[in-house]
Write a protein that binds this ligand. Structure first.
Ligand SMILES: Cc1cc2nc3c(=O)[nH]c(=O)nc-3n(C[C@H](O)[C@H](O)[C@H](O)COP(=O)(O)OP(=O)(O)OC[C@H]3O[C@@H](n4cnc5c(N)ncnc54)[C@H](O)[C@@H]3O)c2cc1C
Length: 347
């Protein structure tokens, strides 16, 4: 286990903002988790898990121990379609590998940045597919009693960008998370079950449109189409610091949606289990946030849901901008946006 005191977190968050941790431990093997958490306890430090750091905002420093999950390994049984991946594997590379060996279904989730271990935390989803459709279970290290456990799909209680793992870690409001955390659970590996028969999912309109000239799209066609759309639509964190969609799409009641429709002509919407889902990007666009700039903190010019670091902004400034956006949507529409990104740090 590699340990660094007073660690610089800029290389470990896709916003690329400056922040420091009291200590950082790179975990390359699951067995290192026990001594790492024992060290945190000994020093009285709270613990934060990080994979690729593509879904976090450091609004300030983290006065604790960051565990950087870097354990590797993928086991594939093509006959049964069972795939087991260590938490530190890169998600997009895993999608590509499964496609190469002829196991399908993950192609709609191509190019989502970050680690395999974080994928179940918010039940990653894109282009009409969510992780939970292929999820079997995960291996977990519970820091409370240093035990290793398994969790099934039912145990994870997946829903839209959510799971029990996220609920135990994340605030639902825009307040930065302050230590200590009650229940820290580390995903060590996850197991998926993938079909061997291709069954491309083109339920997402933009994806169907992208492939309308292809007579019988294969999973490889879907993979490439998803990568093309994402490269067109989303900023690459290697060039412009960002964490993808900053807020979740709110789900409102049918009555609220009718009120919205009486004020705006045909607001976009999607059916959801609990009501009607309205794109947060559309709400923010109506409030004039697309391309908005506030110093070096800003909003991507092609997507009002993506906060960006145009170079040299701080996590605190991005956090303030996020609060301004939330307040603006609340006063215009009476809808409170919830962050999808995890906000960390005290200031
Ligand atoms: C350009 C861009 C596009 C994106 N598009 C999408 C998208 O289409 N769909 C989507 O769902 N997301 C999207 N995201 C968000 C992000 O990629 C996903 O949430 C991803 O799963 C985060 O992985 P990570 O390893 O970077 O997690 P991190 O940012 O490191 O961590 C995220 C959360 O998971 C926890 N965590 C990390 N590793 C573990 C572990 N091993 N065990 C337990 N908890 C852990 C962290 O503590 C934190 O709470 C996008 C982000 C970017 C920058």
């Amino acid at each position: 286990m590699k340990l660094t005191d007073n660690a610089d977190l800029r290389p470990y968050n896709s916003f690329g903002v400056a922040a420091r941790a009291a200590c950082l431990a790179e975990i390359e093997h699951g067995e290192e988790l026990e001594p790492a958490t024992a060290l945190a306890e000994e020093r009285g430090l709270p613990v934060l898990l990080l994979g690729g750091g593509t879904n976090v905002l450091f609004a300030g420093d983290f006065p604790g121990l960051v565990l950087l999950m870097r354990n590797r390994g993928v086991e594939i049984d093509r006959e049964s379609g069972v795939v087991k991946a260590a938490a530190g594997e890169n998600w997009h590379e895993l999608v590509r590998t499964c496609l190469e060996v002829g196991l399908y279904g993950l192609e709609n989730l191509a190019l989502i940045p970050g680690s395999a271990g974080a994928a179940p935390v918010q039940n990653i989803g894109a282009y009409g597919v969510e992780l939970e459709s292929f999820f079997v279970g995960l291996e977990l290290f519970d820091c409370a009693d240093s035990s290793l456990r398994e969790m099934s799909r039912e145990d994870c209680k997946f829903s839209y960008r959510d799971s029990v793992l996220k609920q135990s870690q994340v605030q639902s409001r825009l307040q930065p998370l302050s230590p200590p955390q009650p229940q820290l659970r580390v995903v060590c590996s996850l197991t998926l079950q993938l079909p061997r028969e291709p069954a491309p999912n083109l339920s997402y309109p933009a994806l169907a449109e992208e492939l309308e000239h292809v007579a019988k799209p294969t999973p490889q066609d879907v993979f490439e189409a998803v990568c093309r759309i994402r490269r067109r639509k989303l900023p690459d964190p290697a060039e412009i610091g960002n964490a993808g969609s900053f807020f979740k799409n709110p789900i409102i009641s049918q009555d609220e949606f009718e009120q919205l429709s009486s004020r705006y002509h045909s607001p976009p919407s999607f059916p959801a289990k609990e009501g009607v889902k309205v794109p947060a990007g559309w709400l923010l666009d109506q409030c004039g946030f697309k391309g908005y700039e506030k110093g070096a903190a800003g909003v991507y010019e092609r997507h009002a849901l993506i906060l960006v670091n145009r170079g040299g902004t701080t996590g605190r400034e991005l956090h303030q901008l996020a609060m301004e956006m939330r307040d603006s949507v609340r006063s215009e529409f009476g809808i409170t946006l919830e962050p999808e990104v995890r906000i960390i740090g005290t200031h």
